[in-house]
Ligand binder design. Structure first.
Ligand code: ISL
Ligand code: CA
Length: 584
């Protein structure tokens, strides 16, 4: 009612206001203590699935190079590449056999150098994935270590000699039995692996290992890369006396994974390597509490720049089950409370990342939005509005800019991911309902987020001329880059506008975040305030019309961006409506 009626007045008012209150139109130059990595938008590329250049069905570096102008057109600042190092690929590159070479499937070091140059020429920074909790069983270090007890690499790993009896239990995420110790007959010992048994954990208590790791990082940083994502970093420190834990220990992994020496190691790493370069660094996972996470990113402690927590993306799964979505659907007040709590804790110091998807998650549209034909576009734009209007550096997953959705495989045979395959076996061994397992995985499996990029309507979505390593989502016919590029109202072009808006609005980066209507079950709304400038983000996370009741005077406001072609109707938000208003 009031908004549309007052619109002409609002426009006149805002023009008048803008001319007479220049001090409120804050610019980035006015911000004290700016950091480029706080202002950046990160675009994550899963190299296997982005673009294949040679028809072998696997995405590669030349494929990424062929799309540099597309990447630039998004307006993003940083590209995070999932691991591209030599790897037997049992966990798609998170099992590294040589940290200083490129996986031949992806190309050569010359290709990498060309990629880095191509990015830098376009003003885009490159962030690499550092997988340092573990390596591959095929790494030279491990091959040496397992060959004899007195091999110089033996202490690069954690061993339990079998003459001491069975090791005290530790939990493994990927093991069918959940057992992190694997017996190796060659030296009659067990080695530790928190992930797959092909991913032996590195022994960070060994200073030689640490120096070797630092030298490897310098090798990449001296090439000119701009950032490091520290994979599974909260697990690197272990109490190497391996004390026994009480029964049910596997549920308490959160209590022991932040080992006693963790922060000494990160501070040493900072001193010896990170502090020498102008880079951004992020810890994947940062403990399980707010205070634990702060330890990684409190600038006084000189560790890392930012952390990403799992509480947001883990929310809404049935506790104690493997990624089974809550049958009651999205509990929006609960979700809002999580984001508000994390934001508040890092308001004065430290910094977080904001994400709803990555290669370890399903597609955000299916998990957090609505992937039906009716609401797909609206809800994809809504989720983008959320990601680009929160405080924290957005980490944006490739393909979400066109609204890719879960492929929802019916058969276990279609899955490639070691996690899903092992958890299936685990469910089978426990006599669980396997049909239920498959149904849950349609929402939550990681392979949903790993299907190839949908470029155009040609065969295999233009991703490859060969057979794709993982099936392409059949909806590429109408969900693809080519179609959306030429449609000014597409999800893709709305995303580009949002990125530009964030780049021109310091309030979206640095402004104070305040939840509005926290108890609403359908509306997610908050303000971002900076130096007298107030932006209001209004999002309807439901397929119903809902009246807003923000208590704010939105009659005097200007729409900065919206996902509906015509103006908001009165105080009612339409299904999945999402807009950012400037309040006066
Ligand atoms: O993927 C997860 C849950 O489905 C996470 O628990 C994940 O295992 C954890 O965040 C660590 O992830 C990283 O290391 C893994 C690798 O499989 C992931 O792809 C990577 O992001 C082991 O290297
Ligand atoms: Ca290829």
């Amino acid at each position: 009612m009031f908004y549309s009626r007052f619109l002409p007045v609002a426009i006149v008012f805002s023009l008048f206001y803008a001319c007479n209150n220049p001090q409120k139109t804050s610019s980035f130059e006015q911000i004290p203590d700016r950091k480029w990595w706080k202002e950046a938008v990160v675009y994550q590329i899963y190299p296997r699935s982005f673009k294949d250049s040679n028809g072998d069905g696997v995405g590669d570096l030349r494929g990424i190079i062929s799309q540099l102008d597309y990447i630039k057109s998004l307006g993003i600042d940083v590209v995070w590449l999932n691991p591209v190092y030599a790897s037997p690929n049992k966990d798609n590159g998170y099992d590294i056999s040589d940290y200083r070479s490129i996986n031949p499937e992806f190309g050569t070091m010359e290709d990498f150098d060309a990629l880095l140059k191509g990015m830098h020429d376009r003003g885009i920074k490159v962030m690499m994935d550092m997988v340092l909790n573990h390596c591959s069983e095929e790494h030279e270090w491990f091959k040496g270590a397992r060959s004899s007890r007195d091999n110089p690499y033996r202490d690069y790993f954690h061993w339990w000699p079998a003459e001491k009896g069975k090791p005290t239990p530790r939990f493994s995420f990927f093991d069918v039995k959940g057992d992190a110790w694997k017996y190796d007959s060659l030296t009659n010992s067990y080695y530790l692996h928190y992930f797959g048994d092909f991913q032996p954990d590195l022994n960070w208590e060994n200073p030689k290992l640490r120096q070797e790791v630092y030298a490897m990082m310098r090798y990449w940083l001296d090439k000119g890369i701009d950032g490091l994502r520290m994979d599974a970093f909260q697990y690197i420190s272990k109490d190497t006396t391996f004390p026994a834990f009480p029964p049910g220990y596997e549920k308490t992994i959160a209590k022991y994974y932040n080992g006693p020496t963790l922060h000494n190691h990160i501070q040493e790493l900072n001193r010896e390597v990170l502090s020498k370069y102008d880079i951004m660094t992020v810890a994947e996972g940062a403990g399980s509490t707010l205070d634990e996470a702060m330890l990684f990113v409190d600038p006084n402690r000189k560790e890392l720049n930012m952390a990403y927590h799992f509480e947001g993306v883990d929310f809404g799964y049935v506790p104690g089950e493997f990624k089974v979505p809550d049958p009651n659907g999205l509990n929006l007040p609960g979700m809002k409370a999580i984001y508000a709590k994390w934001d508040q804790h890092f308001e004065k110091k430290g910094w977080l990342s904001i994400y709803l998807a990555n290669h370890d998650q399903p597609r955000m549209l299916t998990r957090w939005g609505n992937d039906s034909n009716e609401y797909r576009e609206y809800s994809a734009k809504l989720l983008n509005t959320f990601l680009l209007s929160m405080r924290g550096t957005p980490y944006y997953y490739f393909g979400d800019e066109i609204g890719m959705s879960n492929i929802k495989f019916d058969k276990i045979e279609d899955y490639k991911d070691v996690e899903t395959l092992n958890m299936y076996q685990k469910a089978q061994a426990a006599g669980k309902d396997l049909q239920k397992f498959i149904e849950a995985q349609k929402i939550s499996a990681r392979d949903n987020g790993r299907t190839p990029m949908q470029w155009n309507t040609s065969v295999h979505s233009g991703f490859t001329t060969g057979t794709p390593w993982l099936k392409v989502n059949p909806n590429y016919d109408n969900i693809n880059v080519a179609v959306q590029n030429s449609d000014p109202k597409s999800i893709l072009n709305h995303f580009r506008q949002l990125v530009q808006l964030r780049k021109s609005e310091p309030a979206l980066v640095y402004g104070k975040f305040t939840l509005v209507q926290p108890e609403s079950k359908r509306i997610f709304a908050y303000t971002r305030e900076l130096e007298g400038r107030t932006l209001l983000v209004l999002m309807n996370f439901s397929d119903q019309r809902v009246a807003t009741d923000t208590g704010l005077n939105i009659a005097k406001s200007k729409v900065l961006i919206s996902n509906y072609p015509n103006k908001m109707e009165g105080r009612e938000l339409r299904p999945y409506e999402a807009l950012i208003l400037e309040l006066f």
